[in-house]
Design a protein around this ligand. Structure first.
Ligand code: TNX
Length: 537
């Protein structure tokens, strides 16, 4: 252990020494004054200590990562790829290109006790080097997002003969306030393609979101291929709200999403909603149906009319197959069983059902998550309740020793309209303008003890949206606020400060071609390029 730390430090020292000696031969760079504390970082880090000079990112910068860590090597490659798409620079990763390197970014695996969580990281930005310390590749990945946000959108080509992207110097010490920072996408009411989901992952990862919950099944559609029950997608995947075409993920598609999320250190949490919200499954296999009616494909938006038959063993054999096939493709520790709005399932049948399904999920090695109604069943303390509507259910969960994910509809639902004029969304829970979405305190929400709160998740139901541009309109900018609510501490959060930093996200969102809602509460700082375009128009 000591030997390996010594070895690593030696490499680092050699790199820095070698580099500065070759830097001496070059002209001295003129560096702008900076203030790391004034950067528009979201989520705001735990501690920022500015030193008011700059690291000149340019073509003579190279990225190195701790030897023998494939995970860190991949994080280094990710950083290089993102620097390339922002600046056009091509920074080598872990290749010695000798004399052409002036400065380095070193991603360093350390086992320091100062790094409390697996996602903790420290960034030391000096004139000649940036050192990113983390215990795990996950921590390094979060630190890389901070670094990406520190690179200016525009290079500084006036101070020196060569073009540089000045990064403010100083120190950042950071770790998450909540371990679970999620978003949910309903791909059942309207289907979203693998490409759409990947774009959503790109955007969420930039703000350190680490969980994407996919609502894969509902009355209007079944979206995940189950090989042992093919009619689920053949029949149940053929419709969506409004009579549009539907669609589904093959198992290969799903694996591609999981792998893409994994590359972004984000877990995919699959949800199969039951015993209610199951009309599409029951149309495919009518023996599942428990509401006494002949199920027909449904393209409307009502809820609460469908249920599985909770007293048939064959229904549980079916569920076992579904959970087995999906969990086999899902590395995350969780499986979401829905459990919401089962209005036509009798209470005792509902409890019997959830109890049995919890055992199935556990048999397949996963922890069960259910919407807050599931807490009425006799659940194990390892299961998790997602609080969307009922404080009473959330309290019941806490009494059972369960953890709670906070998704209160009137604060955290991305499908709520911003105001009565917004083009998409519903308003049954509330209108949620950008400030309302941000100004609340998950730490003390509804009296749930902080130790029972796993984190915050922002669900995006898709009754009113059918393409990525509409998805973006509802999710952005509010999702950016939820990232800060779940990563940053209460002491560091402040609306007036946040709204300034949010305004400066516009160039990133534009570069990523995001159709964000241009809320009037924010004085958006558009990039010069887009201002030019607007003037031309
Ligand atoms: C309630 S939230 C639902 C969903 C709807 C959503 C629309 C929850 C667990 N159930 O079925 O899509 O409202 O906002």
């Amino acid at each position: 252990m000591i030997k390996s730390i010594f070895f690593k430090s030696l490499i680092l020292l050699c790199l820095i020494a070698g580099i500065s000696s070759c830097a001496e031969k070059k002209e001295q760079l003129i560096l702008p004054e900076t203030d790391l504390a004034k950067e528009a970082l979201i989520p705001i880090p735990l501690k920022i200590i500015p030193t008011n000079s700059a690291f000149a990112l340019d073509q003579f910068t190279a990225i190195y990562t701790s030897p023998r860590s494939e995970g860190l090597n991949r994080v280094g490659a990710f950083l290089s790829e993102k620097i390339n798409s922002k600046t056009g620079l091509r920074l080598p990763v872990n290749t010695i290109e000798g004399t052409t390197v002036d400065r380095i970014i070193y991603i360093n695996q350390v086992d320091s006790s100062e790094l409390e969580e697996k996602e903790s990281y420290q960034l030391y930005i000096k004139k000649d080097s940036i050192i990113l310390n983390a215990k795990t590749a996950e921590g390094a990945f979060r630190g890389v997002q901070t670094l990406r946000q520190l690179i200016p959108e525009k290079s500084n080509d006036t101070l020196n003969k060569r073009v540089i992207w000045p990064i403010p110097t100083g120190k950042i010490i950071d770790q998450p306030n909540f371990v679970y920072r999620g978003a949910m996408l309903d791909v059942a009411r309207h289907f979203f393609s693998v490409e759409d989901v990947k774009k959503y992952i790109d955007l969420l990862a930039y703000y350190k979101i680490n969980a994407l919950h996919l609502h894969l099944t509902d009355d209007q559609g079944w979206r995940i291929e189950i090989k042992s029950w093919p009619r689920l997608t053949e029949v149940g995947g053929s419709t969506e709200v409004g009579g549009e075409a539907g669609g589904f993920y093959t198992q290969e598609d799903y694996k591609e999403i999981v792998a893409y999320a994994g590359k972004h250190h984000m877990m995919i949490i699959p949800e199969v909603d039951m015993p209610g919200h199951t009309n599409a499954a029951s149309v495919a296999y009518p023996f599942l149906n428990g509401n006494g009616k002949t199920p027909k494909l449904y393209e409307g938006t009502h809820v609460g009319f469908s249920t599985f038959d909770t007293r048939k063993d064959t229904v549980y054999a079916f569920i076992d197959d579904v959970v087995r096939e999906i969990t086999a493709m899902t590395p995350s520790p969780y499986f979401h069983i829905g459990g919401d709005e089962s209005h036509v399932t009798k209470k005792k049948d509902f409890i019997y059902f959830i109890d049995r399904v919890e055992k199935i999920v556990q048999k397949h090695g996963k922890q069960m998550i259910g919407w807050d109604e599931a807490a009425k069943a006799n659940l194990d303390s390892s299961s998790i309740a997602q609080f969307w509507n009922s404080k009473e259910n959330a309290t019941t969960a806490v009494e059972k020793g369960m953890k709670v994910i906070l998704s209160p509809a009137k604060k955290a639902y991305l499908d709520m309209q911003y105001d009565p004029l917004s083009k998409h969304g519903l308003h049954w829970a509330a209108y949620i303008p950008v400030d309302t979405a941000y100004v609340w305190t998950p730490e003390t929400y509804s009296g749930i003890p902080k130790e029972n709160i796993l984190g915050v998740e922002a669900p995006l139901w898709s009754e009113t949206i059918s393409n990525i541009s509409e998805l973006e309109y509802l999710a952005f900018p509010r999702a950016i606020g939820y990232s800060e609510l779940s990563w940053s501490t209460e002491e560091n959060r402040n609306w007036d400060d946040f709204k300034e930093r949010l305004a400066k996200q516009a160039p990133f969102l534009e570069r990523m071609n995001v159709n964000y809602y241009p809320s009037k509460l924010i004085d958006w700082k558009k990039s010069e390029h887009s201002i030019e375009t607007i003037q031309k128009d």
